[in-house]
Write a protein that binds this ligand. Structure first.
Ligand code: BG6
Length: 474
């Protein structure tokens, strides 16, 4: 019998673009996510291959309605409190605060909306953990400036940060600058508003935009500390270590290379400079980021306080070109690992991989770690007002046990855990509603129809007990 360390933060996570809806309310401006459809065109748009202007009128855009949390947040936070949440991770929709993105003054309706979410959390002693940017960007910044490919975005993002840091001083402690910053390489439109033009090199454009985000993140960390020395600011990585397919040294080298594609970002955000392998990669691929001396100073002065990450699956890497990535994962396809089972969406399930990832990150950075996303997307059967989701309980139990082992056996400094989609929300990769992660069932379907009523699943009571026992009873 053992518990998690005293003060460990238990809770759940959501993102504005997947739960809020209310896309025309409160003087909100339009955002990239309002133009990412569900179904067959979603991937082409999210990955920047197709410009949303080419879409026909008959598309359904799930973010516009989502689970209508815009009108339900008071009841939703009350349910989180009933589960015993000590932390709630949510994100700010940029275009609610700055509808166009480049205004001088913020939209008071948007600020008041988030202030009420924060105050409601605080009334239940729930710590707000705010992701400043989770897959959304005002449309005006895309159309007028070309989104993050333009350095000017740094200034607009900083204005957003300054507004939030000032307004919520004394109420919020934990901030994350960008959700899954490495996702820009895979979903450039969804993550950063980038549609790749015919004359553009996609890789170069993604790394250039990432450089601007990294500068913005560093500046945000510095600014946060200037505004409130109690602020803790973290980076956020889509994590999950890559295993070599075999002990062939070529496979081992390949797995190192694949991990570096993800570490590239956190290495800079934690250490404050581009690592040597990253500079070599850029040079070998003829990518010029025009990193100035001033940029180097900015990066060195904006090192994060903690490292947060999402974990859904591990991956497998091989140097053999004939071995194709045949398993799905959180956006990155990977070679199937024969030792693992998979979710209904083909994401491989690997609880020990979470312990491996925690150890790898802690060995590398020696900074407090925060798991801010983990969970099982599954098709739930709603019967008699509830869902018997033992599969979700099993998944979470195994992952929490892996966290416990990482802390108690390996000595990893893990400060908290927010499960992904603690209330059902729409899927980022597929736009589906039926890919459910929550402890709370939301009555809504693939077309945004339903009563939007909330119901407790079996896992609700289970997680309540996990939190109450500080992880002793799993
Ligand atoms: C992460 C994102 O990539 O994975 C979330 O930060 C996303 O926004 C989550 O929802 C799960 O992915 P999906 O595609 O199942 O929603």
């Amino acid at each position: 019998m053992s518990t998690f360390p005293k003060g460990f933060l238990w809770g759940g996570a959501t993102a504005a673009n997947q739960c809020e809806g209310g896309y025309l309310e409160g003087n909100r401006g339009l955002s990239n996510v309002d133009f990412i459809p569900s179904k067959e065109n979603r991937f082409a748009i999210a990955s920047g291959q197709l410009d949303p202007k080419h879409l026909k009128d008959n598309e359904y855009y799930p973010s516009r309605t989502a689970i209508d949390m815009y009108h339900h947040y008071i009841e939703d936070i009350a349910l989180f409190a009933e589960m015993g949440f000590q932390v709630y991770r949510f994100s700010i929709c940029w275009s609610r605060i700055f509808p166009l993105g480049d205004e001088d003054t913020p939209n008071e309706d948007g600020l008041a909306f988030y202030e009420d979410i924060i105050d409601t959390c605080l009334s239940y002693h729930i710590e707000p953990l705010i992701t400043i940017n989770h897959f959304d960007i005002p449309i005006h910044l895309i159309k007028t400036y070309g989104a993050w490919r333009n350095r000017k975005l740094i200034g607009f993002y900083l204005r957003l940060c300054e507004t939030l840091f000032t307004r919520f001083k004394g109420k919020v402690k934990y901030w994350i600058t960008f959700n899954e910053i490495n996702m820009i390489l895979h979903m450039p439109y969804m993550a950063a508003g980038l549609t790749i033009q015919p004359d553009e090199n996609k890789t170069e454009m993604c790394y250039l935009a990432a450089h601007h985000e990294l500068l913005a993140s560093a500046k945000a960390v510095k600014l946060a500390h200037q505004i409130d020395s109690d602020y803790k600011v973290g980076c956020m990585l889509a994590a999950g270590n890559m295993y070599p397919y075999s002990c062939n040294p070529n496979d081992v080298m390949e797995s190192i290379q694949k991990d570096r594609e993800n570490y590239y970002f956190a290495d800079i955000q934690v250490r404050g400079y581009y690592p040597s392998y990253a500079l070599k990669f850029l040079e070998q691929n003829h990518i010029s980021l025009s990193i100035t001396e001033e940029d180097k100073v900015i990066l060195s002065q904006g090192c994060v306080d903690f490292v947060s990450f999402s974990y859904y699956n591990s991956g497998v890497a091989s140097a053999d070109p004939n071995l194709q990535a045949n398993a799905k994962g959180n956006v990155f396809p990977t070679i199937e690992n024969p030792y693992l089972s998979a979710s209904e969406w083909g994401w491989q399930i690997d609880p020990l991989g979470l312990r491996i990832t925690l150890n790898a990150l802690y060995d590398r950075y020696q900074k407090p770690l925060f798991i801010v996303e983990n969970g099982l997307g599954a098709k739930d059967e709603f019967i008699n007002g509830s869902v018997d989701d033992d599969y979700r309980i099993n998944y979470l139990r195994d992952h929490i046990q892996a966290m416990k082992d990482a802390i108690l056996i390996d000595g990893v400094d893990l400060i908290g855990y927010t499960t992904w989609g603690c209330i059902d929300l729409i899927s980022a990769s597929s736009g589906e509603m039926k890919k459910r992660y929550g402890f709370i069932y939301v009555d809504a379907d693939e077309d945004g129809q339903g009563t939007f009523k909330r119901y407790k699943k079996k896992s609700f009571t289970w997680y309540q007990q996990v939190i109450a026992s500080n992880g002793e009873i799993l």
